[in-house]
Ligand binder design. Structure first.
Ligand code: ZN
Length: 80
């Protein structure tokens, strides 16, 4: 039961995080946008994030879709 509550709390935190902060700094370049192995001879945008310095939090798209669908569902039901 305790484990269930911990998992539930973790999921809740994750959902809130995904909804309000869907982007986080890239793991590889840590938001610097350039290739971590950059030198004078060889440098360029980070390949992982494509030079944006950001990456989308895993599942954030799903969270946004679920929230949008839920709101749409409730709005439609109110109209009827
Ligand atoms: Zn990056």
């Amino acid at each position: 039961m305790l484990l269930f509550l911990i998992v539930l709390a973790a999921v809740a935190v994750w959902v809130v995080r995904c909804y309000f902060w869907p982007f986080t700094s890239c793991r590889r370049c840590r938001g610097k946008r350039t290739n971590p192995g950059s030198s004078r001879k060889r440098w360029g945008p980070c390949k992982v994030c494509g030079g944006t310095g950001q990456r989308q939090v895993l599942g954030s798209k799903t969270v946004h879709r679920v929230v949008r669908d839920t709101l749409t569902y409730h709005c439609n039901r109110k109209d009827r």
